[in-house]
Design a protein around this ligand. Structure first.
Ligand SMILES: [Zn+2]
Length: 243
């Protein structure tokens, strides 16, 4: 069983040395078939499973709002933007540093990436033992497509409206990015889907989740951190990594 901070009483929490894992997500549209908390839910699941393996790990309540301005044209999306997210990450870490040994932010939303890089660079410069890592999968599609639909079918199938699923814009994210950054997701995909949920399955979602947890464990175990505050995968360690 993972240690869950929200369920604990204070005498049960160690006064030093804990590894605190903070899921970072978003509240944003995920097409007509996935719930608005998909990114938060996936990040929380990765954190919980990671913490089950690491006895010193604690699961912190997730940051459920992120930088989701590119999804603002869809009702339901709630974004706090880069500056507020940066401030939350910085202040959470300063507060956690009073009793935690190490802090790792585990991010489920690509739109938070630049903010986490900025916040973590600042925190590392302040001397905090903190890093971040992403829930990512090789060859995954960008948003509310097969990858995320499979993950949610595995984690919480009752909340997936599979009969409402539609294929979205399937061009590579790199090709869509200029228009997406300028005019938002709705301009390139009226449904909000980037990718295609066709073929999604709980089995595939389970394999993807296992791979995300394994990568997170490898990165925490190696504890090599690059200049952006990201945990480096020991399988893909670069020259710039430092301890
Ligand atoms: Zn997502």
């Amino acid at each position: 069983m993972a240690h869950v901070l929200a369920d604990a009483v204070w005498p049960a929490v160690p006064s030093s040395g804990a590894l605190v894992l903070v899921p970072v997500g978003s509240t944003e549209q995920h097409g007509p078939h996935l719930p608005l908390d998909t990114d938060t839910f996936v990040a929380r699941a990765v954190v919980e499973r990671t913490a089950e393996v690491l006895p010193e790990a604690w699961v912190a309540p997730p940051i459920a709002y992120g930088a989701s301005g590119e999804h603002a044209h869809f009702p339901g999306t709630v974004s706090i933007g880069h500056e507020a997210l940066r401030a939350v990450v910085v202040e959470l870490t300063r507060s956690l540093a009073l009793w935690a040994g190490r802090v790792v932010f585990v991010n489920g939303h690509g739109g938070n990436t630049a903010t986490l890089d900025t916040a973590l660079a600042q925190l590392r410069a302040e001397g905090h033992t903190v890093a971040w890592t992403a829930c990512e999968t090789p060859n995954g599609d960008a948003h509310a497509g097969r990858t995320e639909t499979s993950l949610m079918l595995h984690l919480d199938p009752d909340r997936v409206r599979l009969d409402a699923a539609v294929a979205g814009n399937t061009r590579p994210l790199a090709a869509l990015l200029p228009a997406l950054m300028a005019d938002g997701v709705r301009a390139v995909s009226p449904s909000g889907v980037l990718g295609d949920p066709t073929g999604a399955s709980a089995e595939e979602g389970g394999r993807t989740l296992d791979a995300m947890v394994a990568a997170t464990l490898r990165r925490i175990g190696g504890w090599a951190i690059d200049g952006r505050g990201r945990l480096v995968d020991p399988g893909r360690q670069s020259g710039e990594a430092r301890r």
